[in-house]
Design a protein around this ligand. Structure first.
Ligand code: NAP
Length: 486
């Protein structure tokens, strides 16, 4: 960890956009009031950087600061809509491979919700860099878009191990893995299989899989049954906003982005532009993210002191923010901050703080080829074509095209549903077909030369835009069937 000559811990501080500077300033004041030796390196990212014409929204100086300090406390960054810029938040998370996003929520005193009294205290651990957030999108035909959902075994292993380690660091005894593996067997299924493979290494923790849609349902119905939920990026994005609503809203929902080298601490919420500069927002989410940052750098005492002070402040309810009591009768962000500072050193009798232990970061191999099969074989190819012809016309033409090749047409599908040979079902097709060719023989492997020959034959009749090899690894198919495919 980076330190100054005077033994102060260096932390990169990004005030952010909208309400960011107010929330970050409040957090900085409270952390400094505990006396922890931190030197902040204040850096820019987000809206102002986009305005200067830098499309990433993250300047080189900010990247350099993070490389040096390895720890970031940041306010929310606005993502301009419709200008083609990528989210600077996602860029920061991905550039530094912060592979897990930890999003805890707990019931709080003085913050009434329909769930008050049920003792909600759970953490969503969201995979943070893969999945649809790889952001690889293409228009495949003028009217059909594609987004690649990329999930790696290495990525799953890192986030699953971290989630189990989090259970141990926080003294939690139960973990759920929430996926849509019943539908996306290879991608979402990868997280489920990894979870089930790793769970026996943690016999002290009860491990269960749950389908994500039921998880959302159960979270609303009986949220107190959950302790830790590990899930894929998109699922985690959605259910963590849901869980923050259970305990009083985004103003109370912190997060930690954890990587092997860098950790970024930020609220779940965004820049809430309508409240910017009004000194009325709730800084607790950013402050609680700062508490995680303190634990991350080993300052457990200061972290606990702030957590106790927040609980005392909320329990007494003398000073309250607008998201809790309404903006017509609330205190200012500054008054709320002052109240927490004045409560440092006090503890609530009723509202306890967990006994946190250091979080052990899992050591996972850095090898690119994380999974090494004993055998592999290319047994066919999916060629994606654009055509407005009917499948009954396209199918026979493709059969004619591949007649004298080692490949045969197995089927055609339209957005995942088999349409050739006809199934008798009624499909409202679009101009985007997957044409699946497989080797006629069960032995041998499809060569690139044979594949290219087939592609050339297909392109003499149809416009193709994408191909995908059909591979087997250790005799198992590395592809799924279309709906209706035998
Ligand atoms: P948002 O900024 O999270 O705000 C949504 C609503 O949540 C606000 O209107 C407000 O609710 C409430 N809220 C959020 N933070 C609050 C706080 N600290 N205190 C009190 N109330 C709070 O979501 P958004 O409006 O969808 O996004 C605005 C911008 O932020 C977008 O550009 C988005 O891309 C960006 N964003 C950034 C991050 C990040 O930096 N990690 C995350 C999410 C979004 P009421 O209206 O009910 O009062």
């Amino acid at each position: 960890m980076a330190q100054t000559a005077t033994n102060k811990r260096l932390v990169t501080l990004i005030p952010g956009d909208g309400i960011g500077p107010e929330a970050v300033n409040a957090t900085r004041r409270i952390i400094e009031a505990t006396g922890v030796p931190i030197e902040w390196e204040v850096c820019e990212a987000g809206a102002n950087v986009f305005k200067k014409g830098l499309e990433s929204g993250v300047p080189a100086e900010t990247i350099e600061s993070i490389r040096r300090t390895r720890v970031v406390l940041k306010g929310p960054l606005e993502t301009p809509v419709g200008y083609g810029e990528k989210s600077a938040n996602v860029t920061l998370r991905k550039l530094f491979e912060t592979y897990a996003n930890i999003r805890p929520v707990r019931e709080l005193p003085g913050v009434p919700t329909p769930y008050s009294g049920r003792n909600i205290d759970l953490v969503v651990v969201r995979e943070n860099v893969e999945d649809l957030y790889a952001g690889i999108e293409h228009m495949q035909t003028p009217g059909v878009a594609q987004c690649l959902k990329l999930i790696s075994r290495k990525g799953c292993e890192k986030v699953v191990r971290l989630a189990f380690e989090l259970c141990r660091a926080e003294g939690r005894k139960k973990i759920h893995c929430a996926t849509k593996s019943n539908i996306m067997k290879l991608t979402e299924g990868m997280l489920k299989r990894t979870f089930e493979a790793i769970a026996p290494e943690y016999p002290d923790i009860e491990a269960q899989h749950i389908i994500i849609d039921n998880c959302a349902h159960q979270l609303v119905k009986r949220p107190e049954q959950f302790e830790v939920i590990v899930t894929t990026n998109m699922n985690g994005d959605i259910i963590s906003d849901l869980t923050s609503a259970l305990i009083g809203g985004l103003g109370f929902a912190p997060s930690a982005n954890i990587g092997n080298d860098v950790a970024i601490f930020e609220a779940v919420h965004g820049s809430a532009p309508k409240y910017a500069g009004k000194n009325v927002i709730n800084p607790t989410a950013v402050l609680w993210s700062g508490i995680f940052m303190l634990r991350h750098i080993g300052e457990f005492e200061a972290a606990a002191a702030i957590e106790h002070a927040i609980l005392v402040t909320l329990e007494e309810g003398k000073v309250r923010t607008g998201d809790v009591v309404g903006y017509d009768k609330c205190n200012s962000t500054t008054e709320y901050t002052d109240a927490i500072i004045s409560n440092l050193g006090r503890k609530s009798e009723r509202w306890l703080v967990r006994d946190y232990k250091p979080l052990k970061l899992p050591q996972v191999s850095k090898e690119f080829d994380f999974v090494k099969p004993q055998s592999r074989r290319v047994i066919g190819v999916d060629i994606f074509i654009e055509t407005s012809k009917q499948p009954e016309e396209v199918g026979p033409k493709l059969e004619e095209i591949c007649a004298n090749t080692p490949l045969k047409l197995k089927m055609m599908s339209n957005r995942g549903t088999k349409v050739y040979t006809p199934t008798g079902a009624i499909t409202d097709c679009v101009d985007h077909f997957r044409c699946r060719f497989i080797l006629r023989s069960n032995d041998g492997e499809l060569t690139d030369a044979q594949l290219i020959d087939l592609l050339q034959r297909v392109s003499s009749e149809f416009r193709w835009m994408h191909i995908e090899k059909l591979q087997e690894f250790d005799g198992q198919p590395g592809f799924t069937k279309a709906q209706g495919e035998d």
